[in-house]
Design a protein around this ligand. Structure first.
Ligand SMILES: Cc1cc2nc3c(=O)[nH]c(=O)nc-3n(C[C@H](O)[C@H](O)[C@H](O)COP(=O)(O)OP(=O)(O)OC[C@H]3O[C@@H](n4cnc5c(N)ncnc54)[C@H](O)[C@@H]3O)c2cc1C
Length: 409
């Protein structure tokens, strides 16, 4: 074992945060800020890259647009938290250790598990081999290179070819719109089981579908892609849709590490938590963000940044409450919006009830595009504020009155 603690810190409680995405960063910054200068708590953050991945902008990266360079070590600098760059390869939940890149071992007393989720590339044959994904910044950059090559294939920037985007969820819609806007010469086909915008109110959904038409996206719903081949996707029933590039956004899967560690997981591999966000099988593990199966009275939360950020804050505060001998409070969250970009100048923002069902009120057009940009840009300055004033973490919306204990069940 590679014992990394210094002699002076041997009695410190070791908190290790796995994954510095939206949720993990919230937990890490809260913990670091609230324990700054304390010798009895040591915070370590592990992430695959030093650069923060703005997952909500991966469709921009995937179409060759520049996004800001945000440094995780710089955000943590001066807080006392340590950053470890590396790929987590195993968690031993009984020995309370984490293995990184197979050769480093980090012991922990409390773990915050925030490794996120990605598109499911394993369930349909050919996806792993022939489809692109937006599962991380590197994947997005590879897609950008492929699209640039196809889009400029005639040397004039308006090359021809077909891009098939599979998945009519929000990532599929945003990606199809972005590709169509950036590469007007390409034919963009959006395939999925449900109609794009089906979860919105009828007016908002109709606006979204009209915007896709305006951008030239050919959306087809009610179809099931059963195979991805070189140069085509195959639909249930045998139809073949030609594709020069396939972008796969359908389904979600999480890292197999939690299940392999013996943590209690749901059918999708997410860590099942108690109401304080601790693993039901291993309470020394808190789970946050897309990697966690967090039950609220309306059901299990689905992966979003809007819900992931508060889980990180809550886990950090709960860990410190436990260290102070107090019981952690239950986590409460209600959704309030679904913002969907439709290229750079258009969007739909569907305001929702706490259970994520659509309200009548929604925004469209430039106002919605501005709103979406504000939402997308918000996490990083929020970390900066929390680093100076941890209590400001409570300002991130989490559902208003609904979240007050006693209003539910
Ligand atoms: C195009 C797009 C648009 C979106 N728009 C919105 C939106 O408008 N609003 C909204 O609320 N949500 C949106 N989402 C969803 C949102 O991005 C996710 O719900 C959110 O990223 C989840 O945060 P997280 O911290 O759980 O995981 P992530 O942000 O995915 O972070 C996980 C981190 O863990 C790291 N990691 C994973 N495995 C390992 C490993 N084995 N070792 C080391 N590091 C590892 C990753 O590198 C990453 O840094 C969007 C998603 C996409 C793709």
């Amino acid at each position: 074992m590679n014992e990394r603690r210094t002699a002076g810190a041997r009695t410190a409680h070791r908190v290790v945060v796995l994954g510095a995405g939206y949720a993990g960063m919230s937990a890490a910054v809260q913990l670091a800020a609230r324990t700054r200068g304390r010798a009895d708590v040591q915070v370590t953050v592990v992430n695959a890259r030093e650069r923060f991945t703005e997952r909500m902008r991966l469709h921009l990266t995937g179409t060759g647009q520049q996004v800001a360079h945000l440094s995780i070590p710089e955000m943590l600098a001066g807080t006392g938290a340590r950053f470890e760059r590396g790929w987590v390869t195993a968690v031993d939940a009984d020995a309370r250790t984490v293995r990184i890149d197979d050769d480093r071992v980090l012991p922990y007393d409390t773990l915050v598990y925030g490794l996120g989720g990605v598109a499911d590339t394993a369930s349909v044959p050919g996806v792993e081999e022939h489809a692109h994904t937006l599962n991380g910044a590197q994947d997005a950059e590879v897609l950008a290179g492929r699209l640039a090559h196809l889009g400029n294939s005639n040397g004039s920037g308006s090359g021809r070819g077909t891009v098939v985007v599979v998945g009519t969820g929000l990532t599929g819609i945003e990606s199809a719109a972005e590709i169509a806007e950036q590469y007007p010469g390409l034919r963009v086909v959006l395939l999925g089981r449900t109609e794009p915008g089906a979860a919105m109110n009828p007016k908002a959904g109709a606006y979204l579908r009209a915007a896709l038409v305006r951008l030239g996206v050919r959306a087809r719903s009610g179809v099931e892609v059963v195979k991805v081949l070189p140069g085509a996707v195959e639909l249930a029933g045998g139809e073949s849709v030609p594709a020069d590039v396939v972008l796969w956004t359908s389904g979600t899967r999480v890292s197999p590490l939690a299940a392999a560690a013996g943590l209690g997981v749901d059918e999708r591999g997410r860590v099942v938590t108690d109401e304080a966000l601790r693993s039901v099988s291993h309470p020394a593990v808190y789970a946050v963000g897309d990697a966690a199966a967090v039950r609220q009275h309306y059901g299990v939360m689905h992966g979003t940044c809007q819900g992931g950020m508060p889980t990180g804050v809550h886990a950090a505060v709960s860990i410190l409450r436990e260290l102070a001998g107090r019981r952690p409070r239950p986590f409460r969250f209600g959704y309030y919006h679904t913002p969907v970009s439709l290229g750079r100048h258009d969007a739909v923002v569907q305001f929702t009830r706490p259970d994520d069902s659509p309200r009548r009120v929604h925004l469209t057009g430039r106002r919605a595009a501005w709103y979406k940009e504000v939402v997308t840009a918000a996490p990083w300055p929020t970390y900066g504020r929390m680093r100076k004033m941890p209590a400001s973490g409570a300002l991130w919306p989490r559902g208003g009155r609904f979240t007050r204990v006693g209003r539910q069940r």
